[in-house]
Design a protein around this ligand. Sequence first.
Ligand code: NAI
Length: 488
Amino acid sequence: MQDDWSLNPNVRKLLRRVPLPISLPTPLRRGLGRSTATELLGTRAVLTHLRDSLDLALAQAVQHAGAAVTIADPAGDTTLTGRIVDGGGQLVPATADLPGGLLAAIVQSGASGDRRPVTLIHRVTRPHSSDLAVNETTDALLAVGHAAAQLPANSRLLLVIGPDLRGDSLAGLMTAATQGFARSAFKELGKTGSTCHVLRVEDAQAAAALAAFLASPRAAFLTGLDLLAQKSLAGDAADRPALEGKSVLVTGAARGIGAAIAERLALEGALVWINDIAQSQAAAADTVAQIRARGGQAEFIAADVGTLTGAQAIADAIGKGQGPLHGIIHNAGITRDRTLRKMSVAQWRQVLQVNFGAMHLVQTAVTPLLQPGAAMVLMSSVMGISGNFGQTNYSASKSAVIELAKQWACDGYARGLRANAIAPGFILTDMTAQMPVMNREMAKQLTALLQPGLPLDVAELACFLIGAQSRGVTGQVLRCDGGMAFGA
Ligand code: NAI
């Protein structure tokens, strides 16, 4: 696997001496190995509000995960703040709607020169009037932004829209203002490796689990997400993926992103069914061997997902083996880039069949094996959102994948089945190694984090979406793109 040259310490040292107009990225703090209950150890979390059960669930989630929590809310509910203080947290009340006040509280919350990453959680409140130009609530966004812009590297800003902020035009205006703010803020925060997300909340437990994941090093390459935390019929969201005893199918998993996902799931205790075409037997054997060498369980199924017989072969292998199935990562994908003038029918059909049609074939074949509460992850691409020159076939297929995830989520909701799409941006794999050097460099500069992602980044997100942590997330598309400037 190629590495990104701009993260090489020697190259960075050299470039700092030469005054070239190149922005160097901040190395990201990533999670490694199996998940633990204390993923936020060595970090701080600051909440601007602690007034109801949602605020408390968020504060407790980050505190249980090991963050040193500070409540900066001067009007906080003393019974609730007492619970966070009892858990080792502290109160440093700050007037969040005044620029400077919140930052002072954050500085006070740590020792002098404290460079531990901070998760700043701001609960957006209801404005007093629809005049958003002169309003304490909108001013608070600026104060929070001022503070976020000065946090240590690899920090997080989570903007929380609670159930109270819905249902009328005033709430709608404030939500839209927050979303617009976040879409710009994440672009500014990226150069220090920091990220920003919006969480719209229907269910407090689902939001708490989602916040803890987004705050963790596992979400280092995710930024600019706008997610809904819902109630799940499959039960409350947990604080760990909890994949022991579960079996998960990953298509196209001999190498690249699929292999990284398979390895990540196996590390959490899942039995992983690794599918790929017969020609990838050698690479698949390597992936299986690596998983088994670490004590994990994996089996290879050679099958072409783009054919009915291939899809049925997968279902037969799992059914005769240790079925049932608790999760599917529909990952297999190909590119056949051509401009419209030059694109043949074969190139068009092949891409649509492998990237999109195959998902339908495999899903239909394995449906009898799916357990209640099973989760599906469908691999899309940012190109399915934005489109790209010379990729009409790829964009069409990946755009259809997003719609498919939404439809499966809708159809499966009553049975507790979940489906989400991941839209990776520029990830270092064999597929992107074929891109011309200039295009690769441009793709990096177009991300807020100024760097490409690793297969591990997509694997962390896929593992989260398959596991019990994400029970409140369904029917959504999650970009894993370091904040690419592309698309809506
Ligand atoms: P890759 O080319 O490294 O790996 C894809 C795997 O799928 C290969 O092992 C290949 O043999 C397998 N495969 C292809 N056709 C198959 C078929 N008919 N049946 C079974 N297996 C088949 O690709 P990479 O980069 O790991 O991409 C994985 C997924 O992520 C794809 O769906 C791709 O479109 C998507 N993606 C990747 C991005 C990137 O930057 N690498 C960006 C956006 C999306």
